[in-house]
Each structure stands twice: as C-alpha cells, then as structure tokens.
Design a protein around this ligand. Structure first.
Ligand code: SAH
Length: 502
C-alpha cells in the first residue's frame, strides 16, 4: 500500500506532482480506503474504551451490591468468636447477642440506602456489552482495578479509593440535569413505610426501622444490571472502598461531619470569599474548579457562595453517590445510615458504634446554588488538558487532592494551564501520596515531592504564594472513636502571575 503521507502530498499539492487521471483515481481510492481503515481503528478503540469503562463500572456496582453480604460475613465472624467463649465469659457480656441483632438491622438500613442510590443511577455506558474478548490484543489494561492495593495508611484514614480507570471523560454533567429530575427519588419500593429508613424518627436507636434483608429483588426490573446474579466476584479492596464511601458521606453530608468541614472547607470558602469580594456585582460570576471533588459538598458550597462551580471526579464510587445526594435528595435528613458499624475497635460504647446518622444535613437543591453548577466525570489531567480549557478558570480549589497523582508535577502544570493569568489556586491537604508504597506493582509511577519541592515546582509554573499556613484536621474520622488520625495539612493560596512553563 502507498504510504498515506505520499498520497496526502500528492493530493494537497496537485501542481507539484505530474500524474495521469487514472493514477489520480487510484490514489483517491487508496486514500478513501486508508481513511476508512483509520475510522475503523478509531471506532474499535472507542468501543474498547467503552467496554473497559463498562467493565470497571460493573465491578463498582458489584461492590455496592455486595455490601450486605460482605457486612454479614464480618458479622458472622464476630458471632463465631463470641460462640467460642465459655458460658461463664458469655455471661459477662449478656447483651452481645442482642448487639448482633442490632448490627444486622443497621446493615439492612445501609443496604437499603445503597440500593436506592443504585436504582437512581443512570449508567453512562451500556453495561450489557461483553468486553473481555477485545482486551487481550491491546495495550489497554483489562482490569485496571486489580492494580490498586490497599495502602494501610489510606485504610485507616479512609482516603477515598482510587479508580483510575474510569474513562468517563464526558461532557460536564449538569447537576440538575432534567434526565435525572425525571426519575422519582421515592420510587415504589417493596418495603412498607415503617421499614423505610428515610425520615426515621428513631434516631438514637438503630433497632428502629427493621428492614427486610432481601432488599434487592423488587427493584431490579428497570435496571437489569442490578440483578444480583450478574454480580462479579468482589475483592476485599472493593468491599473496603464501599465502606470508605459511607464514611465520606458523613464528612460531606451529615451534621456529624460539620467539624471536619469547618476544618477543611471553611478556610477555603473564607479565602474565596475574601479574594472575590465584588463577585455579586459582576455580570458573570467568577468560575471555580474543584478537581477531586469527592462527594461534591465543597463544590456545592462554592456554588452557593456565588461562583460558577464545577466539581471534577473520576471515581464512579464517588460519582454514583454524589449524583444521588445532589439530584435526588428531597428533604434534609431524608435517609438514615449507620456509618460506624463496620469496626468494633476503639468504641467507647456499643451505642456509639451503632448510632444512626441522618443524611443529607441540607437539601442541596434548596441550598442556593449559583447557575452553572456541574460535576464533570473523568481524569483531571485528561479532561482539563484539552485546549479549550486553557486559561478558563478564575480559581482552582484542591482539597485532599494533589497527593492522588502519579505525577504531581502534571497536576500543577494542568492547574497552571487552566487558570487565567491572575487566577488563584487554593489548596488544602497533606502529601500522603496515594501511589507511594504500592508494593509489588513495580511499574506504578509515583513522584513523591516534599512540600518544599511542590512549592518550587509551582513557582516554575508561574505561581506566587500569597498565603500559607498549616491546618490541623481529620479526614473521614469517627468523632467518637478512641483513635483519631490527624493531619497537619498544608493550606495555601497561590496566584498565577504569568503563564510560564518549564
Ligand atoms: N475533595 C474531597 C475528596 C478528597 S479525596 C474531600 O476533601 O473530601 C481525593 C478525591 O480525588 C477522590 O474522590 C478521588 O477519587 C479523586 N481523584 C483522584 N485522582 C483523580 C484524578 N486524576 N482526577 C479526578 N479525580 C481524582
């Protein structure tokens, strides 16, 4: 076959090459064939990427669906240990059997919330496609999740799970998308009202609101992908991610999380407020991007402050949950969950461990958002390195985000690129690099710069530090636990003085 470059030259510069009309026809035909081949290649690649995304999403849905089973397994383990006690020792903790019953009800209530959340979810890709065949002969990772091991530090601090393979680089999804609005949050449920954990008045007693453990089946009809028989094997690391999300819900959407939000989000909001004092008077509000937005509370608060706010998040674990709360919550405290039941350690009392938490603490839709609030799914670097994003943002806010990078320099470079000249980068967080110590995964890149080096790199990208301090904070910590991991997080405001690259 004639190399396409040769053909292009001939075709684009007809005066420079002498050729007969038959030759030209032949060349034209070859070019068409080449174009078709190229289109076919792109189509196949797109299909493969979609297939990988569907596979990854199925895995995440399976992890959510597996929640009751995994929790029940733990409970069985605890019960087995209890049964090994001698009668005399058992008699010393007579309430223990009852605690197991209570735990079982809490698991059901949590499962009910999770199942409703899944029901509301509209997968952006066709989950029925079978993808395994296409994967083998490409360089694309077939099961990217398998790459992630659970870092003990992340486990204890409950840093949200990474799902690096979510290739849902899609159009920004408006939070109050009419598609989403169409679905009723209070879909008909198999449970009667007394079993519904929404508006559960018995806040201090998780025995209230007993649920049928078989919570799933009646809702499957419209969502085939929720059928438990389609579930794949769920590795422990995924089980853990679901539990982390439950803790993140408290951080972002419960009154119990207020203290943590005051530590992390308030300094950022105060800083934005003072940096953009005249924003209400402007015809267009300033724009603010929140990469690694988690469950979306910070992005929402920024919107309520009068910014055109966009959260960016690449974990479907997070996106499924934030979408549910942002789009489907109808009243404050609509749901009850039991976030702390999964560990018996460091509890002051059983009642502490089994205490209910009401969510969401506010009704997002009535919180006073500024028009233009959106959540955008996808990898930060991939999505925002598009040329149309350059110089688009007045502010970028990162909270517990920059250490999620394989290459933090790439994050800083991207932040610099998308900010307007004079735009600000506000950051709060530690440098607990997510890909540090990923033992056994030798090819996993992880650039772990010190704070000093991070600042040095930032200055190379045109940033000047305007404010800097340390903030002491927890992250998704149970406020009543005897163990409270603390971060001495870096907090800074940097301004992009000029577009400078290395
Ligand atoms: N800002 C939130 C969440 C912090 S955890 C809070 O303070 O609670 C970091 C978040 O970044 C996780 O939700 C993770 O899924 C997300 N994340 C990690 N790498 C990302 C990337 N490359 N692009 C977009 N989001 C990413």
């Amino acid at each position: 076959m004639i190399p396409s470059s040769g053909i292009t030259e001939t075709a684009t510069a007809p005066g420079t090459v002498t050729s007969t009309s038959t030759e030209n026809e032949r060349i034209e035909m070859t070019r068409e064939v080449d174009e078709e081949e190229e289109e076919e290649k792109i189509r196949r690649q797109k299909k493969l990427e979609e297939a990988l995304e569907a596979k990854s999403l199925r895995r995440i849905i399976s992890a959510y669906l597996n929640y009751p089973e995994a929790a029940e397994e733990d409970l069985n383990k605890w019960e087995r240990s209890y049964r090994k006690l001698s009668p005399a020792h058992k008699a010393l903790v007579p309430h223990y059997a009852l605690k197991f019953q209570r735990l079982r009800r809490c698991i059901s209530t949590n499962s009910y919330f999770i199942f409703n959340m899944l029901q509301a979810f509209e997968p952006p890709v066709d989950l029925s496609q079978d993808l395994d065949d296409g994967c083998e002969d490409t360089n694309l990772d077939c099961a990217p999740h398998e790459k992630y091991i659970l870092d003990e530090r992340h486990d204890s601090s409950c840093q949200p799970a990474l799902t690096n393979n979510c290739r849902h680089k899609e159009e920004s999804k408006r939070i109050h998308d009419s598609e989403f609005q169409k679905k009723e949050a209070n879909d008909p449920s198999p449970m009667n009202h007394s079993e519904d954990p929404r508006n559960n008045d018995e806040r201090n007693d998780c025995d209230g609101g007993h649920l049928n453990h078989d919570h799933g089946n009646a809702s499957v009809s419209s969502h085939d992908w929720l059928d438990p028989s389609l579930q794949t094997h769920v590795p422990l690391v995924d089980v853990d991610k679901v539990r982390c999300i439950i803790r993140n819900i408290v951080r972002d959407w419960a009154a119990e999380g207020q203290r943590e939000r005051d530590q992390c989000y308030k300094p950022i909001l105060d800083e934005l407020d003072s940096l953009f004092p005249d924003r209400q008077k402007k015809s267009t509000p300033p724009s603010c991007l929140v990469p690694g937005a988690g469950l979306g509370r910070l992005a929402l608060e920024i919107s309520c402050l009068g910014f055109i706010s966009q959260g960016n998040e690449f974990s479907y674990y997070m996106m499924i949950c934030s979408s549910f709360i942002l789009n489907y919550a109808q009243v404050p405290n609509e749901w009850t969950i039991y976030p702390w039941i999964h560990s018996n350690c460091n509890s002051l009392s059983d009642n502490d461990q089994l205490r209910p938490v009401s969510i969401p603490d506010i009704h997002p839709a009535s919180a006073g958002i500024t028009e233009g609030f959106s959540m955008c799914g996808g990898d930060f670097v991939e999505v925002y390195n598009e040329s149309c994003q350059a110089g688009m943002w007045d502010a970028v806010v990162t909270c517990f985000f920059i250490d999620t990078a394989h290459n933090i320099i790439e994050y800083i470079e991207t932040i610099s690129k998308i900010l307007k000249d004079g735009g600000v980068w506000i950051n709060l967080g530690p440098l607990l690099y997510h890909f540090a110590d990923t033992y056994g995964l030798g090819n996993e890149m992880s650039i772990e710069l010190s704070l000093e080096d991070v600042k040095r790199v930032a200055s190379q990208y045109g940033f000047e530090i305007e404010k800097e301090r340390t903030i002491e904070t927890t992250y998704t910590t149970n406020p009543r636990s005897m163990m409270q991991n603390r971060y001495y997080a870096a907090f800074w405001t940097m301004r992009k003085k000029c577009a400078k690259t290395t």
